[in-house]
Design a protein around this ligand. Structure first.
Ligand SMILES: *Cc1c(COP(=O)(O)O)cnc(C)c1O
Length: 233
C-alpha cells in the first residue's frame, strides 16, 4: 500500500505536469489536503510530508481535529470546505482560517461580526452553483456580482475568490467546461474592480482540468489518503 507521503509526492507531480501543460508556474497552484473522515494521525503523516493546509467538510469533525493537533495550530491553515449553517458560524469564525463555502450574505455577515479581533480577517470564497440545479448549494451566477460586492465590504473578512463543486464527469472536456465557467465568473468580478486571487476548484478526479482552466487551489483527499467509506464521503 502506498504511503501518504508517496501519495502526496504523486499529487505534487500531477500538479506540476498540469502546470507545465498549462504553461503556468507550479507555485501558482496550492494544494489543499482534504482530511475529512481521516484521523489526526493521518494528518500528522501529511504534515511530516510537508503539507500545512487542510480542508474539512464537517464543522464538528474539523473542530475535533484542530483540537487534536492544537500544538501545531500556529503552523497550520484550516479550511472549511463543507456546508456552513448559521448556528455554527461562531465556532468557525474563531477556529478556522478559511471558509470556501460562503453561499449567502447572512453567513458572511455573521462570520465578519464573530471573527475575534485578535485574529487576522477570515479568508473566504463564495461558493457558486455553476450547473444551475436548484438542489445544489452555492450562489447562482446571476446573484454573484451583488453578493461579491457586499461580502468584499465586510470588515473582518477578506474575500479571496470563488469555489465550486461541479457535477462529476469522466469526460475531460466536460470537466474543463465546468471549471471554465467559474474562471469566467471570477474574471468578470475582477474586471468590475474586485481584488480576487483564488479559484478553489479541482479534486482528485479533475485537478488537471481545473489547472488548465486557472485553478489556484486544488482540494485533494482520495489521491492522498485513499478512498473514504461511502457513507462518510
Ligand atoms: C471531499 C471533497 C474534496 C476532495 O475530494 P477527493 O475526490 O477525495 O479528492 C474536495 N472538495 C470538497 C468540497 C469535498 O467535499
Amino acid at each position: 500500500m502506498a504511503t501518504i507521503a508517496a501519495n502526496i509526492q504523486q499529487v505534487h507531480e500531477r500538479i506540476a505536469r498540469a502546470c507545465a501543460v498549462a504553461q503556468r508556474p507550479v507555485q501558482s497552484v496550492t494544494l489543499l489536503t482534504v482530511s475529512k473522515t481521516y484521523s489526526p494521525d493521518a494528518v500528522r503523516e501529511a504534515i511530516a510530508a510537508g503539507e500545512r493546509r487542510f480542508g474539512e467538510n464537517y464543522v464538528q469533525e474539523g473542530l475535533d481535529k484542530i483540537g487534536a493537533l492544537i500544538e501545531l495550530r500556529g503552523e497550520l491553515e484550516w479550511h472549511l470546505i463543507g456546508p456552513l449553517q448559521s448556528n455554527k458560524t461562531r465556532v468557525v469564525a474563531s477556529q478556522f482560517d478559511w471558509v470556501h463555502t460562503v453561499d449567502r450574505l447572512k453567513i458572511a455577515e455573521r462570520l465578519s461580526d464573530q471573527r475575534p479581533p485578535e485574529l487576522p480577517p477570515m479568508q473566504v470564497c463564495l461558493q457558486v452553483n455553476t450547473s444551475g440545479e436548484a438542489t445544489k448549494s452555492g450562489l447562482l451566477p446571476a446573484d454573484l456580482p451583488a453578493a461579491a460586492r457586499a461580502v468584499a465590504a465586510l470588515p473582518r473578512l477578506r474575500l479571496r475568490g470563488l469555489m465550486a463543486i461541479p457535477e462529476p464527469s469522466d469526460d475531460p472536456d466536460e470537466q474543463r467546461a465546468a471549471h471554465r465557467k467559474l474562471r469566467e465568473l471570477l474574471e468578470t468580478l475582477r474586471s468590475d474592480g474586485l481584488d480576487l486571487d483564488t479559484l478553489s476548484m479541482g479534486m482528485t478526479a479533475d485537478l488537471e482540468a481545473a489547472i488548465l482552466e486557472g485553478s489556484t487551489m486544488v482540494r485533494v483527499g482520495t489521491a492522498i489518503f485513499g478512498a473514504r467509506s461511502s457513507a462518510m464521503s
